[in-house]
Design a protein around this ligand. Structure first.
Ligand SMILES: Cc1cc2nc3c(=O)[nH]c(=O)nc-3n(C[C@H](O)[C@H](O)[C@H](O)COP(=O)(O)OP(=O)(O)OC[C@H]3O[C@@H](n4cnc5c(N)ncnc54)[C@H](O)[C@@H]3O)c2cc1C
Length: 268
């Protein structure tokens, strides 16, 4: 199977429709709440997945009920507007296969179903888990991981689970210094942290573009961030690395200023 077909195959989601129960809630930094969940059904997170994520289903604010989506005869979810309003994407921050438990780090912001839910969450609360997925698996390409606060959990998970000999560069922009995370020291990993700075809005893109990657054989760019930043990063890296094929770039809008998830396209 050629590489392109393999990547498409990985994109398939694993649908579980499981019930998650809150086991612990911890404010780990000024911008993040970490929630530990147990799942009532086994979930498979492939250890080779890069930046795996979950589709979380929140209780209907009017009824308090969690209503799992129906599946069609091909086992595909029947999506409607109501479902779109209640589903949010969050990354796997840690996964304990034996105990069937997850950790998810929720970035705190003022409005939003998921962020508000996480700020009120207490032990015993429940949400749904529709499924788990990833767009990419580790291969031998040198990984360039780029993200704002919303992708810090995904990038940290991926760096902590990097196969031996896998090379990676990480560029992470946080809201404040105390949001930075200490990561395993590894010669194959180079981590660059940035604190968001209104006086220097281009620091993130500039640093990515000015890093010398000429010694690396194959490059695979992965990014998750706010939509306009994602557009700027996408343009900048594609303009610089014109010789790379289009599937060397996976830069996703993880959120969009002024829009709820479901109201914009992640690929925009
Ligand atoms: C594959 C994937 C994995 C993700 N993993 C994580 C993760 O592990 N942790 C995480 O925190 N986020 C993650 N995100 C981003 C998260 O899904 C969005 O931030 C989502 O919009 C949050 O839902 P909400 O209900 O809180 O806000 P929404 O109802 O979607 O939006 C309400 C308002 O909040 C604003 N908003 C949304 N997110 C942010 C933000 N981060 N900062 C400031 N304002 C915001 C919106 O612009 C909107 O105006 C991920 C996204 C994707 C696509």
């Amino acid at each position: 199977m050629d590489e392109k077909k393999q990547k498409i195959k990985i994109n398939k989601k694993v649908i579980v429709n499981a019930l998650l129960t809150v086991l612990n809630v911890e404010k780990i930094s000024p911008s993040f709440i970490r929630i530990q969940f147990s799942s009532n059904k086994p979930v498979n997170i492939d250890p080779l997945w890069i930046c795996p994520y979950l589709k979380l289903l929140f209780p209907d604010p009017l009824t308090g009920l969690i209503e799992f989506p129906q599946l069609d005869e091909n086992n595909k979810i029947l999506v409607n507007d109501r479902l779109r309003q209640l589903v949010r994407s969050y990354s796997v921050r840690e996964f304990d296969r034996d105990a069937n438990q997850f950790f998810v780090d929720f970035a705190i912001h003022e409005t939003g179903l998921a962020s508000v839910w996480s700020q009120k969450a207490k032990i015993g609360d429940q949400i749904g888990l529709i499924g788990a997925a990833s767009k990419l698996k580790f291969n031998n390409d040198c990984l360039i991981l780029m993200g704002d606060v919303s992708a810090i959990p995904a990038i940290c998970y991926t760096l902590e689970h990097l196969p031996k000999k896998q090379k990676a560069f990480a560029f992470m922009q946080v809201n404040c210094k105390s949001d930075m995370v200490s990561l395993p020291v590894n010669k194959s990993i180079k981590v660059h942290w940035f604190v968001q700075n209104g006086d220097n809005p281009n620091q993130f893109v500039d640093a990515i573009i000015s890093t010398d990657l000429s010694g690396q054989d194959k490059l695979l760019f992965w990014g998750g961030m706010e939509c306009s930043l994602a557009q700027a990063v996408r343009h900048a890296v594609k303009d610089k690395y014109t010789y790379l094929p289009s599937d060397a770039f996976h830069i996703t809008s993880y959120w969009r200023e002024g829009f709820a998830e479901g109201e914009f396209k992640h690929r925009e």
